[in-house]
Design a protein around this ligand. Structure first.
Ligand code: NAD
Length: 483
């Protein structure tokens, strides 16, 4: 696919301005394709198409909406290999990861919400013998879905599937750094028979197409996943317009390892949590707190395993670490390693760009990096790096641990490792985050509420939470006459 156009009213349409952005393959540094550089005119056309489609789509019986979304899931599964390859080439992530995580999860997202709407119910409140109140949950109309580049189809479908399932029409703005699978999905929706205008995809830059979507007066809700600064900017525009907002933002997640943990599993998971997808996951465990009694042993094992991670061509099945999304992001990650040195930290392994040979000689690779010796208040322990960099922090006292774990502006997720159940409950209760994993990491049940607190965002996705977000409750009160 050389040119990615917008998908509006069921058709592939060039952007109004006729301008395109270059989309690079991170593993090679070369241009992969070009993508529509849309503006407010394209957003306006997409919103109109969504509005035209809404009466039909919202009145389509749930069983039929479900059938169409299940068909999308089925087609996606049939084309899994093509999608995985496109996702890997767009983002630099290992092909096997796109094949086992990203695309299967997008399939699950469609299946999950397609079937959830067959089981949903709404509330009834009986007011003694005087009245019956029942709650209608009605779709909002046109909703905006804005997603990031790290898990492109996974996170786009996590929004689009519940929005469509609930009967809304969608204008989606995929990430400009990884737009290909969104256009491929549009093709499948066409093929599945989704009515024209139910799903519209407008590509382009965040501060142009994205901002126009947020500011459009007839877009009723914005579901956004991305950086905290962008989330703040979106809230600044959307809040005074009284739009519904769901903001899934950054994280600086603690992984907390007590002395009584299952040692081998904890080390293995710490490596996964820190470096999966090159550390470009909002849930990554980037601050690893380890009890002093096992600190030396844990650190030694962690360094050995981190050093053994294979950085290589994402298309090579032996590769464990692919390329970072852009040259600019690579420079940002490297700058944090420099900052760690300036703040007095010790680089235990990694800390530098990796130069490969052959096809990937100009790719944007960075060695998985572990740092120790930094206080919890240092910038490196406070700011989201979003790359393959994790810090190690020894602890002894539980109160100090909780203060340090909670002591960042973020509050997305945490992972706690102990065999002591009472302690696990106690720590989970006190952590200021939206998700706590005990003796695991990123184990996801799609029915559970997902999201963060503090600067990690507002609102929750997943399960009924997502269907509630994409509907408006309306109470109908029926008086019951006594005679
Ligand atoms: P980003 O905020 O730069 O971009 C995200 C999306 O928003 C892109 O599609 C972008 O084009 C768009 N955008 C940018 N500026 C905009 C504006 N002014 N108005 C409207 N849209 C705009 O984030 P990114 O660099 O693509 O992704 C990385 C960030 O996403 C990290 O901070 C990461 O933690 C976060 N993230 C969070 C979660 C979560 O579930 N909490 C999941 C994945 C990623």
């Amino acid at each position: 696919m050389d040119r990615l156009d917008n998908f509006i009213a069921g058709e592939f349409t060039p952007p109004s301005a006729g301008e395109y952005l270059e989309n690079f393959e991170p593993a090679t540094g070369e241009v992969l394709n070009v993508v529509a550089d849309s503006d407010e005119r394209d957003i306006a056309a997409a919103v109109e198409a969504a509005e035209r489609a809404f009466p039909l789509w919202s009145a389509t019986p749930a069983e039929e909406r479900s059938r169409l979304l299940l068909r999308v899931a089925e087609l996606l599964e049939q084309h899994l290999e093509e999608f995985a390859l496109a996702e890997s080439r767009d983002t630099g992530k290992p092909l096997w990861l796109a094949r086992t995580l990203d695309i299967p999860r997008a399939v699950r997202n469609f299946r999950f919400f397609a079937t959830a709407i067959l089981h949903s119910a709404s509330e009834l409140h009986q007011t003694d013998t005087v009245a019956l109140n029942y709650t209608l949950r009605q779709p909002l109309g046109t909703v905006g879905c804005i997603s990031p580049w790290n898990l492109p189809l996974y996170l786009l479908s996590w929004k689009v599937a519940p929005a469509l399932a609930a009967g809304n029409c969608v204008v989606a703005k995929p990430p400009e750094l990884a737009p290909t699978t969104a256009t491929m999905l549009a093709r499948l929706c066409q093929q599945a028979g989704l009515p024209a205008g139910a799903l519209n995809i407008v590509h382009g830059r965040g501060n142009r197409a994205g901002a126009a979507l947020v500011a459009h007066p007839r877009v009723r809700a914005i579901s956004f996943t991305g950086g905290t600064h962008t989330g703040a900017e979106i809230a600044r525009i959307a809040a005074p317009m009284f739009k519904k907002l769901s903001l899934e933002l950054g994280g600086k997640n603690p992984m907390i390892v007590f002395e009584d943990c299952r040692f081998a599993e904890a080390v293995e998971t710490a490596v996964k949590a820190a470096f999966s997808n090159q550390g470009e996951i909002c849930l990554c465990g980037s601050r690893i707190f380890v009890h002093r009694r096992i600190y030396e042993r844990f650190r030694a094992e962690l360094i050995t395993r981190t050093r053994s991670l294979v950085v290589g061509d994402p298309l090579d099945p032996t590769t464990q670490q692919g390329a970072l999304i852009s040259e600019q992001h690579l420079a940002k990650v490297a700058s944090y390693v420099e900052l760690a040195r300036a703040e007095g930290g010790t680089i235990l392994c990694g800390g530098e760009r990796v130069h490969l040979l052959g096809r990937c000689r100009n790719g944007w690779f960075f060695a998985p990096t572990l740092i120790e010796g930094l206080a919890p208040e240092c910038r490196v322990n406070q700011e989201e790096i979003f790359g393959p960099v994790a810090t190690l922090l020894p602890f002894e006292d539980e109160e100090e641990l909780i203060a340090a774990a909670n002591g960042t502006p973020y509050g997305l997720a945490a992972s706690v490792w102990t065999e002591n159940l009472t302690r696990a409950h106690r720590i989970a209760e006190r952590l200021q985050v939206g998700v706590v994993w005990v003796n695991c990491w990123m184990l996801r049940d799609l029915r559970t509420p997902f999201g963060g607190v503090k600067h990690s965002g507002i609102g929750r996705e997943g399960g009924w939470e997502a269907l509630r977000f994409f509907t408006e409750p309306k109470n109908v009160c029926i008086h019951l006459p006594r005679d």
